[in-house]
Design a protein around this ligand. Structure first.
Ligand SMILES: *Cc1c(COP(=O)(O)O)cnc(C)c1O
Length: 388
């Protein structure tokens, strides 16, 4: 085991027991024949790809999915032997790298196949065909395109392992566009089956679709946001198809506490001025940590109580208005729970008018990730040593 030492008192806690519980909840909910890709792209949505992948596989996920070939290679290098799918476009000239590491790529262009088959590699490159049924991003849209891709197929070089699509609105209460996409999928799959008699894995569902329509899922689902304990939207949270356990929390400590008289200003631009005598605390976290400037005015938890961020957020620090004096070193929670209070990921996302997905992705690599199995171990952390 490799240990890294950090000399700063701001950190992320990732509850691996929560990740496992979320996988188990989805597994219970799916019909027995549907397997799970744990989606660990973007460093597992900022949670840590290797640790999350490990926990997800332990809890019953069958395979891993990422966006980039680089992300897949990192996982292979870490020793994962399960199937890994790259869901985004990869340069066809990198086909040999993927083939050598037994990484599955996504294809939807005949020119891609023509270039990829000129590369030299042993064995066959595993490919999944992407269908664009209405996301408008990547994928084959028509029967003609499908035919031309299958005609360019070289059975010596390529192994067709999967066919998949992605839903644009599975997280919305209104399911009409979802149904339009399903109908297009059925048409394309029918025409695929006529031209390709061999069995392949079909996978369509992201978290929203797999949680809401388990009976409509095919061989596999691609479970991302739900695995991290977050609902894909407010609508899905309300529908609450399965219980989810948040896994990510963000903490820091007070590094300076002072009482200021009325009329003193705080931070760049001097836009906040004390209205009377006020206790002001300084936090060693700022926009370079992903605690973005728009979060000015949001509350954080100190001593289980909500206390507002005042003044502009700096690159490495920000200030909070405290209800009383607290000792330097007092834990401050920016995302997560303290006693009976909580600042949820959804609250932070709503405050800056974005979705919960974006918030942990933004918390930069400068903030160490600490991996926990249970709640109680979180307090003990004087000499900060984190598993890397
Ligand atoms: C990111 C991604 C997913 C996972 O989506 P969630 O909403 O996080 O479950 C699934 N499929 C594709 C193609 C993706 O890009």
């Amino acid at each position: 085991m490799v240990f890294d030492t950090y000399y700063r008192d701001s950190w992320v806690e990732v509850r691996l027991d929560a990740i496992r519980a979320n996988i188990r909840e989805l597994k219970k909910h799916l019909t027995g024949k549907t397997g799970i890709y744990a989606v660990v792209k973007a460093n597992a949505y900022g949670h840590g790809d290797i640790q999350v992948a490990q926990a997800a596989l332990e809890a019953g996920a069958d395979a891993l999915a990422v966006a980039l070939l680089d992300e897949a290679l990192r996982l292979r290098e870490a020793g994962f032997t399960v199937p890994i799918l790259v869901m985004g476009w990869v340069r066809p000239t990198d086909a040999a790298v993927a083939a050598e590491q037994n990484i599955s790529l996504t294809v939807f262009q005949k020119e891609w196949l023509e270039t990829a088959k000129q590369q030299t590699f042993d064995g066959k490159l595993s490919l999944h065909v992407k269908l664009d049924t209405g996301m408008g991003r990547i994928g084959i849209r028509t029967e003609e395109e499908l035919q031309s891709v299958l005609e360019a197929w070289d059975e010596q070089s390529f192994q067709l392992d999967g066919v998949f699509t992605h839903y644009a609105t599975a997280d919305e209460e209104d399911t009409s566009y979802f149904q339009t996409q399903q109908a297009r999928l059925e048409e394309l799959l029918a025409s695929f089956a006529k031209r390709w008699p061999h069995p392949v894995h079909i996978h369509t569902g992201n978290s929203a679709a797999s949680m809401r329509f388990p009976e409509k899922m095919h061989h596999m689902v691609r479970f991302g946001i739900g695995m991290y304990g977050l609902y894909p939207s407010h609508d899905v949270k309300e529908i609450n198809p399965i219980p989810l356990y948040p896994s990510f929390s963000l903490h820091t400590t007070l590094v300076h506490v002072k009482e200021l008289p009325k009329g003193e200003s705080i931070s760049y631009g001097a836009v906040y001025t004390t209205e009377g005598p006020e206790w002001i605390g300084t936090l060693p976290v700022g926009y370079a940590d992903g605690w973005i400037r728009k979060l000015q005015g949001l509350e954080v938890l100190v001593d289980g109580k909500r206390q507002p961020i005042v003044g502009k957020i700096c690159m490495d620090q920000c200030m909070v208005k405290l209800d009383q004096s607290y000792p330097v070193g007092t834990q401050v929670t920016l995302i997560g729970k303290q006693r009976d209070s909580e600042i949820s990921m959804d609250e932070v996302a709503d405050y800056v008018d974005t979705i919960n997905y974006e918030v942990p992705c933004l918390i930069s690599s400068r903030v160490p990730r600490m991996y926990l199995e249970q709640e109680e171990t979180t307090e003990v952390r004087n000499a900060l040593i984190f598993k890397s």
